[in-house]
Design a protein around this ligand. Structure first.
Ligand code: ATP
Ligand code: MG
Length: 690
């Protein structure tokens, strides 16, 4: 039986899979880069390579496999397991399970930092702040420095965080980041410097790391030759998917792990690089071949196995006009008569109705909901669609949008857990204390200040004078914190305990207690899937479950549901049917950018990524009226929109163009006139109120 899995691969894929693996030895392979277009099998080649290594005797515990999301890691581990099982039979189970080091850069970073924390003088019980927590801490710090009070136009907490994050991830001086990306904030450079200094000090004092720190601290560790060698020696093989979307810090980390490049495999596609706004740089992938003392082997794959020929032709036409790219052409033998559709609708509401109709049609023809996805640029673009789907009882799951953890009640419960785990975490403490009746920001701050100043913050909490108006609630809270600290209930029962403690507060704090309680029960179930509290907190913070049509929670696996996803979160995935919302100028490309060629190119790649998710059917929707959410002081408004400039007149023959709904022309004119009157009325009313 042996190597049958290799027979399924094409020659270039096989070369990548078997690269540097000889009879009996798997280690010491020269660095390998696979750079290839969408759907050419990069991810599947990577999975085959991992399996091939294991089958040939590599120790799975010594393989590090980094992907773009936790979902992608799980999928990858499953594929590896399946191939190993085919070859190794019964012996495969333990092998694939031992593939312990799969995850995202941030997730792996958290584990590495915890494991080596003491060596760099960090308390391993650090907590991790998600973006919202980080923004909250930035805000607290801003207030404490008095910036937001004296200067009403001081950048918002989110802008401050974005600037800070960019400077860190791009490894660029603050002044440069401000000039290039936030020129309107450049006047605040000195204050921002002070703010960021204070923010860093606050994180240190509270023993918290934010997302950026997970990369930053890891990169700093790699700067110490002894520690770097120790970390690098944890693995014989380091493999990375979607390498085009890594930033400079990630490259520093990666290259530091194997300075000679042996055992290193990265795969990616420069044409799909869509994270420049988070400082990802396509240079990483282009520079990889010459990053080591021995040159890397570079392989390209040119056969697309995913999409039908007409879909691929349209996607290729879009990307061909990019001003800069590593030229590759893709071909497929998946012939089809069906051209991708370019559908003109009136507005957002019609766009939603069209999708519902088409999704149901596709389902009638045998494409399950799960095999279809609706993609959009920004999470709020799917609002009308979500309403329309709900009206038609079509279940859906939304990726990359509002997360389960974003709901206030779930955050409350997790804040309690985090506070017990790390009582110095001020954002968690601040949130959880104010759940209690009679405790406001001032008294919470007083207690937290006292806790900050002592070596044993929990003892200080226990002996603190309770805020004057806090009754028995305070005692219960202190007992809860101590119980969690000593882990009396054990994992995961403690989540149940917190729920019981929280229940009486829930009704007072939030509306809709019943559904929220159901969410919390769901949280208990999710917790049950994690081996430890610490792993649960880390994983949930870094990559939380997605929201579903039932408001929250994870979908049951046996259910059929439609996928709603931002284009960014759809990376690497594929569906039989794909719908892209708002394929108009002003959305793709966005009108918020500077219009520089670099940015426009990234927008083009975004459309390319969206289109190349489709296997058999692709609908690009062009609403004539596009709703723009208020930005830069302008209110919400509708604009008349035109088809995206990335699909020029000369490309129209590659599409089937249609207008929907098909109304007789005189009817359409009448409807349009009526609508126009309504819109004018609304505008006039707004003008009167101003
Ligand atoms: P993306 O750039 O979107 O991440 P990719 O290059 O990673 O795409 P994969 O997702 O690995 O591509 O593969 C695309 C599809 O092609 C998958 O359905 C995969 O199973 C299929 N595929 C890959 N290689 C082969 C092959 N040799 N024979 C048949 N199908 C293949
Ligand atoms: Mg892939």
């Amino acid at each position: 039986m042996g190597d049958r899995y290799l027979d399924r691969l094409n020659d270039a894929q096989r070369a990548a899979v078997t690269h540097g693996v000889a009879q009996g030895t798997t280690t010491g392979a020269p660095p390998l880069l696979v750079i290839a277009g969408a759907g050419s099998g990069k991810t599947s080649t990577l999975a085959h390579r991992v399996a091939h290594l294991i089958v040939n005797g590599a120790d799975p515990r010594r393989i590090l496999l980094m992907t773009f999301s936790r979902r992608a890691s799980a999928e990858m581990a499953r594929r590896v397991g399946r191939i190993c099982a085919q070859v190794l039979g019964n012996r495969a189970g333990p092998m694939a399970d031992a593939l312990a080091w799969t995850g995202t850069f941030h997730g792996i970073g958290a584990r590495i930092i915890r494991a080596h924390a003491e060596q760099i003088g960090l308390d391993p019980a650090f907590s991790i702040h998600d973006r919202e927590d980080s923004a909250d801490l930035m805000n607290l710090t801003r207030h404490e420095l008095g910036f937001s009070k004296t200067e009403s136009r001081f950048p918002t907490k989110n802008t401050c965080l974005a600037i800070y994050s960019r400077a860190i991830n791009a490894e660029q001086p603050l002044g440069d980041v401000l000039l290039k990306h936030y020129p309107w904030c450049a006047g605040w450079q000195e204050q921002l410097k002070t703010l960021f200094g204070a923010y860093v000090a606050a994180k240190q004092a509270q023993n918290v790391l934010d997302y950026d720190d997970l990369l930053l601290v890891w990169a700093q560790m790699m700067g110490d030759p002894v520690l770097a060698a120790q970390i690098g020696d944890t693995w014989d093989h380091v493999l990375v998917d979607e390498y085009q979307d890594t930033n400079r810090l990630q490259a520093t980390i990666l290259l530091g792990m194997k300075p000679d490049g042996t055992g290193m495999t990265v795969v990616g596609d420069d044409a799909q690089s869509i994270y420049a706004f988070r400082s990802a740089t396509v240079r990483n992938i282009l520079d990889f071949p010459s990053a080591f003392p021995i040159p890397a082997t570079v392989l390209t794959l040119d056969r697309n196995y995913r999409s039908t020929q007409p879909i691929l032709a349209a996607a290729n036409a879009v990307i061909e006009q990019a001003s800069e790219r590593f030229a590759k052409t893709l071909w497929t033998d998946r012939e089809s008569e069906a051209l991708p559709r370019l559908v003109c609708v009136k507005d957002d509401a019609d766009q939603a109705r069209y999708i519902v109709q088409r999704v149901l049609e596709e389902r009638e023809q045998g494409t399950a909901l799960k095999q279809q996805a609706v993609l959009f640029r920004a999470s709020h673009h799917s609002g009308s669609l979500e309403v329309e789907l709900t009206r038609h009882n079509i279940p859906f799951v939304k990726f990359g949008g509002l997360k389960f953890l974003d709901s206030a009640h779930v955050k409350d419960v997790l804040a309690m857990l985090r506070f017990a785990e790390n009582p110095r975490d001020r954002v968690a403490g601040f949130r959880v204390m104010q759940l209690l009746p009679g405790v406001g920001p001032t008294s919470a701050r007083r207690v937290l200040d006292a806790m900050q100043a002592t070596p044993d913050p929990l003892a200080t909490l226990a002996h603190a004078t309770p805020p004057a108006r806090a009754g028995a609630g305070w005692t219960g809270f202190v007992a809860m914190t101590q119980g969690l600290r000593t882990r009396t209930a054990g994992w995961p029962s403690e989540i149940g305990l917190i729920r019981h403690w929280y229940e009486p507060h829930l009704e007072r704090l939030h509306e809709g207690a019943a559904t929220r309680l159901a969410d919390l029960r769901q949280l208990e179930q999710i917790a049950g899937g994690y081996p430890s509290r610490e792993r649960f907190l880390t994983d949930l913070t870094l990559d939380p479950p997605d929201a579903t049509s039932d408001q929250a929670g994870v979908p049951r696996l046996d259910e059929d549901y439609l996928i709603l996803s931002t284009i960014h979160s759809a990376k690497g995935q594929e569906w039989r049917g794909v719908f892209v919302l708002n394929t108009v100028d002003g959305c793709i490309p966005s009108d918020l950018g500077t219009g520089e060629t670099e940015e426009i190119d990234e927008e083009r790649r975004l459309l390319y990524v969206a289109m190349t998710r489709a296997r058999d059917s692709l609908d690009l929707i062009v609403p004539q009226r596009f709703h723009i959410h208020g930005q830069h002081g302008l209110g919400d408004r509708h604009v008349y929109a035109a088809r995206t400039r990335f699909i020029g007149q000369d490309m129209l023959p590659l599409f089937e163009t249609r207008a929907w709904p098909l109304v007789p022309p005189e009817d359409a004119t009448r409807q349009e006139a009526a609508r126009q009157v309504r819109i004018d009325m609304a505008a006039r009313l707004r003008a009167m109120w101003k």
